[in-house]
Ligand binder design. Structure first.
Ligand SMILES: [Zn+2]
Length: 449
């Protein structure tokens, strides 16, 4: 049992958006048992949360963990998407097992430390001759740091010689990908509520996979009841590619290939027409908004305000670390709010809306109804942020919004996943941070030289 005592504020993100001052949260096993003032529980570990705001753990719906070893690379700091990819593909082609392990540990460490408790990962790069099982390595690394993990089996099959963007050395055969997708679902996917391991399917993008793979992936995902994910409508270059190769707009292609519905969500979704937004809304097809990446690559501004008004399902993603270049989950929430205001003005998005996208939006897209709020019976995934420091002083008239508007340090004081404290006093509990940093820097240097 775990008792989070004297929280300055608990923002439950339940249906009524209840917020509780000076209250406690009792956790039994991997679930929340009770919320209230002056709770007592003999035998429980008591954690002092005075001066802190507790929120449900945030959800990262889009990332490419392996890219963390090539973040901030001088040759890719100022390029737009297609040029940026062309520069990086040959470097990523050298990924090995240690790079997958250390990058997954590093990315999940950063996410956990900034209040994310559940993350997806879009691992789409399978270099020719790679030794080892990438998804097994990733699950092993996620077990070490303690995050709840739903990686997607990504893929690229359309190499340069077939008119695609990636070099042939990093693409796979369609039949090989399909067989491995079925294998990883059977081996790793646990659909039970509150499971720590799930799998989704995610061919990379319209410009790096073939139509047969898209169609067959959708068929397989529905047979196995797993979520579908890919990049879509990220840039005008992509739109041009789709018109040139297929004579259709990106979303039209998705509709043709069966990629529409409540079990599908797309990363980015910047270049949609009004009718396309309406189609997304009517079919329950989701969007993972990635504001930092979109700004970093100069891709554009997704019309999130209009999506929310039309009731399109929206979640949040930090995106790969070579285009952010940080897995700062709380920072992503702030950027989501600010970027919508650049496009639509000061009323475009409230702090609570931005947090809600990162919390409830994410559990909805990834399909975890048992998470996403601090309520009795829900999974005990909670992030606790200290607002008693310099960065929040003078801003406590609204402590929850202060997480988004104020504060220069986004490190959670405590992060709890499935009832276990995995970040304590801002430090990872299960892994030595200095060792992880050294290991990741070594792996990064090896990749670059
Ligand atoms: Zn991406």
């Amino acid at each position: 049992m775990l008792l989070l005592k004297n929280c300055y504020l608990i923002a439950s993100f339940d249906k009524a958006d209840s917020e509780f001052c000076d209250s406690d949260i009792l956790i039994e096993g991997n679930k929340i048992a009770k919320i209230g003032a002056d709770l007592q529980a003999s035998g429980a570990e008591v954690i002092d949360c005075s001066g802190c705001v507790a929120i449900p753990g945030m959800v990262n719906c889009h990332h490419h963990f392996f890219q963390i070893l090539t973040r901030n690379l001088p040759g890719a700091q100022d390029a737009k998407l297609f040029d940026w990819l062309r520069y990086l593909y040959p470097i990523w082609a050298r990924l090995d097992a240690e790079a997958i392990l250390s990058s997954t540990m590093l990315a999940t460490a950063e996410l956990l430390k900034t209040g994310c408790t559940l993350s997806s990962d879009h691992s789409y790069l399978y270099p020719r001759g790679f030794e080892g099982d990438i998804m097994e390595l990733q699950f092993e690394a996620a077990r070490v740091t303690g995050i709840r993990f739903c990686p997607t089996r990504g893929s690229m099959t359309l190499g340069e010689s077939d008119g695609g963007l990636p070099p042939d050395t990093v693409v796979q055969d369609t039949a090989e990908v399909l067989a491995d997708m079925a294998r990883v679902i059977d081996r790793f996917h646990n659909p039970e509520p509150l499971s720590l391991r799930r799998v989704a399917l995610a061919p990379c993008s319209p410009f790096s996979v073939d139509p047969e793979l898209m169609i067959e992936t959708a068929r397989l995902a529905r047979e196995k009841s797993v979520v579908l994910h890919t990049h879509l409508a990220e840039t005008l270059d992509e739109e041009e590619f789709c018109r040139g190769k297929y004579g259709k707009r990106p979303l039209e292609l998705m509709a043709d290939w069966g990629w529409i519905g409540r079990d599908v969500y797309f990363a980015h979704g910047i270049y949609f027409t009004g009718e396309e937004l309406e189609l997304l809304a009517q079919t329950g097809t989701g969007i993972c908004h990635c504001p930092s990446s979109n700004m970093r690559l100069g891709s554009g501004i997704a019309r999130v305000r209009e999506m929310l008004d039309r009731r399109v399902r929206v979640g949040l993603g930090v995106d790969g670390s070579a285009s952010n270049d940080s897995s700062d989950m709380l920072g992503e929430v702030r950027n989501a709010l600010l970027l919508q205001r650049v496009r639509y003005g000061s009323t475009a998005m409230t702090a609570r809306e931005a947090l809600s996208i990162a919390i409830r939006g994410g559990t909805d897209l990834l399909g975890y109804p048992e998470l996403g709020s601090i309520e009795a019976g829900k999974g005990a995934d909670i992030a606790v942020f200290d607002v008693s420091n310099i960065g929040h002083a003078g801003g406590l008239a609204d402590p929850l919004a202060s997480l988004v508007f104020a504060g220069f340090d986004h490190t959670a004081k405590f992060t709890i996943v499935g009832g276990e404290v995995v970040v304590r006093e801002g430090r990872l509990c299960r892994i030595d941070e200095a060792e992880l940093i050294a290991r990741a820097n070594t792996a990064s240097a090896r990749l670059l030289h």
